[in-house]
Design a protein around this ligand. Sequence first.
Ligand code: PMP
Length: 427
Amino acid sequence: MMSYKEMTKEELQEIRKEVAAKYDELKAKGLKLDMSRGKPNTEQLDISMGMIDTLTDYNLVGEQGVDCRNYGVLDGIIEAKRLLSAMIECPVDNIIIYGNSSLNVMYDTVARSMTHGVMGSTPWAKLDKVKFLCPVPGYDRHFAITEFFGIEMINIPMTEDGPDMDMVEDLVSKDEAIKGIWCVPKYSNPMGITYSDETVRRFANLKPAAEDFRIYWDNAYCIHHLYEDHQDHILEILEECEKAGNPDMVFKFCSTSKVTFPGSGIAAISASKANLDFIKKQMSVQTIGHDKLNQLRHARFFGDFNGMLEHMKKHADIIRPKFEAVLEMLDKELGDLGIAKWTKPNGGYFIGFDTMDGCAKKVVAMCKEAGVVMTPAGATYPYGKDPHDSNIRIAPTFPSTEELKQACEIFVTCVKLVSLDKILETK
Ligand code: PMP
């Protein structure tokens, strides 16, 4: 295959005819497919069904004598703390177990900062301006939280090693209005990028102008490897922050949403003792305690962290072929054409795809017309505005492999068609 850009106008026009005919043929099939949802498929949910049976002996008293049916234990039972602290790599004393959603914990964390500040700082709502740094492309629901609270978002380009740290260091050191940065440090949503050790160290050594600046370290995909022999690792940020003399600068978030059930997992926050003490003051007003039966269910189902890692291998076995089917199709159909780039992640839930500038919206629209729903173009940027109109998030986990292949065929056909039109404009 030759790069489209090296071809003559006549050659391109010829190819365009063929691709357009293929598009019409695919469209005529009237398929209904979806590559937009970062959800586990049913087979994945089924492997956690044993969790439902873990409490049927009616022994609902936890290790420390807590009757898990009753009120109490604000920050989580020890069994759940042990499990999730191993998952998120923090001491058992540096974690609070919440309810079923880490996004909810992140929302709460920002909401509390708006109304009550961060460890004694001025509530953000009383400030003229509050800003967040947003590595892009990133997770749309992070951006939705900061947008909801009227927090100004600043794009930070992602590199292969994580966010552009020159830019992050420069901005946070100068601007007191910058109060946070959204990070998905491992197998990021949507690019599948893992931050390098240098990036993590530079994060830990930031010198923010704002004392209430925090790194929002959303480790949603910390144990979500696709391969046993190619696994990414990140430095542990709490420890690095402590070494750097910034022990309070980070909030780590995680959940078992993509380990057990997204609707009924357990979530957690990990941070320094000072941060956790401040958070618990609010929590004790907000709730008498989260769902301890679910915490117990998780602890009993896995036994220990090794049990959880074994379980993750089963997930990997189910979703690896799906990632590979998509990647194979992209390589085969678009490999040498010079019109797109995409990532080959070692884990997580997504493949990040970049079209030529100015093509993503059109590609997604054409896919839709032919029966394939993709994540809306732009969704991976604050305010839904991708300045290059190039990023598309591919979510391979939910459809069957057969459906994925069909969806991918339509996707690559749309990418070719839109790119051909773009190139022909300039010929
Ligand atoms: N963070 C990231 C980066 C995610 O991709 C997701 C799920 N798509 C979440 C958080 C949501 O997690 P939870 O279900 O725990 O709210």
